[in-house]
Design a protein. Structure first.
Length: 124
């Protein structure tokens, strides 16, 4: 598998770091982290990503609103996983309609992350 470009946008710094560690063990990748909506948008403007993981509720915006931006930059090729501690069926539906592939509830286990990545076609 080619080196993948991954973006993690979550205002929980510790969780972002743990996701980076776990993903790097599963997928050969370059991983960027943003801890706010604003910083996530800057990252999206500066690179094209193969995979993105967005928290729904960021301190300065909603992860939903990053989906159209990242999809536009990648010609709709970026795979998006949404995560939230407080997701509802409506949140899941909205995320999927905007282009997320998967919507997960926090806390995430390593097994759930691995299964999600496998369902997106990543083999490890």
């Amino acid at each position: 598998m080619n080196l993948q470009r991954v973006l993690i946008v979550d205002d929980e710094i510790d969780l972002s770091f743990l996701l980076k560690i776990n993903i790097s063990k599963i997928i050969p990748s370059t991983i960027d982290i943003a801890n706010s909506f604003k910083d996530g948008l800057k990252q999206i403007e500066n690179a094209v990503y193969d995979l993105a993981i967005f928290d729904l509720s960021l301190g300065d915006g909603l992860g939903y609103d990053l989906i159209p931006e990242i999809k536009k930059r990648s010609n709709n090729q970026t795979k998006v996983i949404m995560i939230s501690a407080f997701n509802t069926p409506e949140d899941t539906e909205k995320g999927l309609k905007l282009g997320a592939s998967i919507f997960l509830s926090k806390p995430l286990s390593k097994a759930v992350l691995q299964n999600s990545l496998a369902s997106l076609g990543y083999r490890f």
